[in-house]
Write a protein that binds this ligand. Structure first.
Ligand SMILES: [Ca+2]
Ligand SMILES: [Ca+2]
Ligand SMILES: [Ca+2]
Ligand SMILES: [Ca+2]
Length: 550
C-alpha cells in the first residue's frame, strides 16, 4: 500500500514539476540529472540500477548503483545538512551489454611443435557501444593491448611475440573491454610438443613432453624440475632413468615415424622387487603391455620387447601409462619388426615397363609385403637392404635349414616367347666376404629347376648356380665381394635363351635345361636377395641398389 502511494505521488509530482511543480509545497530541487523520489524518512523503491542522492539546498550525500529499496534517512546516508527537511532524488543508471569476444584463429585448442610460429586473431564487438581495447595474455601475463581492429598478435608487426614458449600446455586468453568498462574474455589451450624423435629410433624415458605424476616434486632430483621422478642411471651409456612409478602415472613422447611398416617396441627396465606393469600406445593405437619382473636390482637393466603392429609415417605421440609401479625405465626403442605375417597374392604374368628396383611386378603385392619371402627387408632412398642375423636357421614358415632374405617380386613372371630380350641388371653390394648366396635373378621351376644365381664364396669369387640337377654352372674369377658390381641377365622365350654378364662382359650364353626339355612354362620365379643353407654364424647385410630392365 505504501509502495503504491509513494510511487503514485512521485509520478504525479514529477509530471506536475515539469509543468511547474516547483510552486508546490513539496517541490524541492535535487542535483542536476536527478528527480525527486521520496521525502525524508520515507522509502524509495527502485526500478533497476539507480543512483540515489539525499539532502537539500545543494548539500547531498550519494549512494550509487543501488537496487531494491533505500531508506531515505540520516541513518542510511548520514546528515548532509542539519536542521533542514531533506528528500531523496534518483538517477537511473544506464544499462550496458558486455562486449563479446572470441578467437577467430585458432578456433579451438591447438597443438604445435617446438619451433612453431603462431599468430592469433580475435573477434571483439559490443552490441550497445564500442570496443575500447583487447588485451592478450599468455598464462595470465599480458602480451600486448590492441585498441583497433583487426585484433592480431604474432602478425606482421610483431611476428615473434607468441613464439618460443616452452614444451608444455599454455593458456592464451583475450580480454575485451567496452566503452563502459565492461569486460569479457575467451581462451584456448596451446600445447607445445618437444622435437619429435625419428622412428625407427630411441626415445629416452626422461625426455617426455607430457606427464602425470602422483607425487609433488622430482623424487630423484636429477635432470628436470617438475613432478616426474628422474635419477641418474648406471646403465650402459649412462644418462637418466625415470623411477618411482605409481599406478596411473603417464608420460608422453612426440615421435616422427619415417618408415612405414611393422614395429617392435623395446623397453629398457629394471626393478629390485618386480610386479611393475605399464601399457604403451601410439596415438591411442598399437597398444602393448609390459610386465616387469625382478631384474635383480634397481640398476640391473633388461630389455623387454613387444610387437606393436603397423605404423604409418608421420608425427605421432607415444604414451606409456603405469598400471602398477615398482620399476625404472631408461629408454624405449621402436624398431622395424624382423618377422611378419603377410601373403602373396595371385601373380601377374607380364613385366611392367619401366621396370626398376621398386617396380611391383605382381600388381596385387605391396612392396612392403615382400616380408613373406624376405625374413628381413627394408627399402629407402633407392636401395633395398636384405639382412640375416646370427642364429637364423629357418625361413619364415618354411621347414628346413635354409634362411631366406629376398624378394619374390617376380613370382609368376614369365619371359614371353619372341625376339625381344628381357634384360635385368642388378648392382649388388655385399657387406663382407661370406659363404652365402646372393640371388640376383632366378628362373625357378619348383625345387629343382634351372637357376641363375650368384654365390659369394669366402674367397669373394662368384659362381653361377650350384646344383647338379639341371642348374647352369659357370664360374667367374672376379672378386665381387668387396664392392658394387653389376650383374646382368638377358632372357628370351622364358629361358630358351640366356645371356649372362658381369660388369658388362658376357660370361655365359645358352639354354636352360627346362627349355631343352621343351618345358619353359615351368619357369616362374624372378627374385633377388640373399639366403643361406646353414645356420647363420654372423649378421649379414646385402644392399641392392639397382634392378633395371633395358
Ligand atoms: Ca557495451
Ligand atoms: Ca613425483
Ligand atoms: Ca612418480
Ligand atoms: Ca634414459
Amino acid at each position: 500500500m505504501k509502495s503504491c502511494c509513494i510511487k503514485f505521488f512521485t509520478t504525479l509530482c514529477t509530471a506536475v514539476y515539469v509543468l511547474g511543480c516547483g510552486a508546490l509545497a513539496h517541490a524541492q530541487t535535487g542535483p542536476a540529472g536527478y528527480n525527486y523520489a521520496a521525502a525524508e524518512n520515507e522509502t524509495v523503491y527502485l526500478n533497476g540500477t539507480t543512483n540515489v542522492a539525499y539532502g537539500a539546498n545543494g548539500s547531498f550525500y550519494y549512494a550509487y548503483n543501488q537496487t531494491g529499496s533505500v531508506n531515505c534517512s540520516n541513518q542510511t546516508f548520514g546528515d548532509p545538512i542539519f536542521g533542514v527537511r531533506k528528500a531523496c532524488y534518483t538517477q537511473q543508471v544506464a544499462s550496458n551489454n558486455p562486449p563479446s569476444v572470441s578467437f577467430a584463429s585458432p578456433t579451438g585448442n591447438l597443438t604445435v611443435d617446438e619451433g612453431y610460429a603462431l599468430s592469433v586473431t580475435v573477434n571483439a564487438s559490443d552490441s550497445d557501444g564500442s570496443i575500447a581495447s583487447v588485451e592478450l595474455f599468455i598464462n595470465n601475463q599480458l602480451v600486448r593491448q590492441e585498441l583497433y581492429a583487426p585484433y592480431e598478435w604474432g602478425a606482421a608487426a610483431e611476428p615473434d611475440e607468441l613464439n618460443g614458449l616452452p614444451v608444455g600446455t599454455h593458456t592464451i586468453k583475450a580480454v575485451a573491454t567496452d566503452n563502459d568498462g565492461d569486460t569479457k574474455q575467451a581462451s584456448f589451450k596451446l600445447t607445445v610438443r618437444g622435437a619429435a624423435v625419428d622412428v625407427p629410433g630411441l626415445v629416452q624415458a626422461e625426455d617426455y613432453t607430457g606427464f602425470y605424476d602422483t607425487t609433488n616434486g622430482n623424487t630423484g632430483g636429477a635432470y628436470r624440475n617438475d613432478n616426474v621422478d628422474v635419477e641418474t642411471t648406471s646403465d650402459s651409456n649412462g644418462g637418466y632413468d625415470v623411477g618411482w612409478f605409481a599406478a596411473n602415472e603417464w608420460l608422453e613422447y612426440p615421435i616422427n615415424v619415417t618408415e612405414a611398416g611393422n614395429y617392435v617396441l623395446e623397453a629398457r627396465v629394471a626393478s629390485a622387487v618386480g610386479g611393475g606393469m605399464f601399457t604403451a600406445e601410439i596415438n591411442g593405437n598399437n597398444s602393448s603391455t609390459f610386465s616387469i619382473g625382478n631384474t635383480g636390482g634397481w640398476q640391473n637393466w633388461q630389455t623387454l620387447n613387444n610387437n606393436i603392429g603397423n605404423l604409418s609415417t608421420g608425427k605421432k605421440t607415444l604414451r606409456i601409462q603405469a598400471q602398477s609401479g615398482n620399476f625404472n625405465l631408461n629408454w624405449l626403442r621402436l624398431k622395424r619388426a624382423t618377422t611378419s605375417v603377410c601373403t602373396l597374392n595371385t601373380p601377374a604374368e607380364n613385366i611392367p615397363t619401366p621396370f626398376n628396383l621398386f617396380t611391383v611386378i605382381d600388381t596385387d603385392l605391396n612392396r612392403y609385403e615382400f616380408c613373406k619371402a624376405s625374413k628381413w627387408f627394408e627399402e629407402s632412398n633407392g636401395k633395398q637392404v636384405f639382412k640375416l642375423f646370427t642364429g637364423d636357421n629357418l625361413a619364415d614358415n618354411v621347414p628346413g635349414a635354409r634362411v631366406h632374405a629376398r624378394t619374390e617380386a617376380g613370382q609368376g613372371l614369365k619371359f614371353k616367347a619372341g625376339s625381344t630380350w628381357h634384360t635385368f641388371e642388378a648392382r649388388m653390394k655385399p657387406s663382407k666376404k661370406l659363404d652365402y648366396t646372393y640371388t640376383i635373378a632366378q628362373l625357378f621351376a619348383g625345387c629343382c629347376g634351372p637357376q641363375l644365381r650368384i654365390e659369394v664364396k669366402s674367397n669373394g669369387r662368384i659362381h653361377m648356380g650350384s646344383r647338379g640337377n639341371g642348374n647352369i654352372r659357370i664360374s667367374d674369377d672376379q672378386d665381387y665381394a668387396n664392392g658394387s658390381r653389376s650383374f646382368k641377365i638377358k632372357i628370351r622365350t622364358n629361358g630358351d635363351q640366356f645371356e649372362v654378364y658381369f660388369n658388362s662382359s658376357k660370361k655365359f650364353s645358352g639354354r636352360t635345361d627346362e627349355a631343352k626339355n621343351g618345358n619353359t612354362s615351368a619357369l616362374y620365379h624372378f627374385r633377388w636377395g640373399v639366403y643361406s643353407n646353414e645356420v647363420m654364424s654372423e649378421d649379414l647385410s646385402n644392399t641392392v641398389t639397382e634392378i633395371i630392365r633395358n
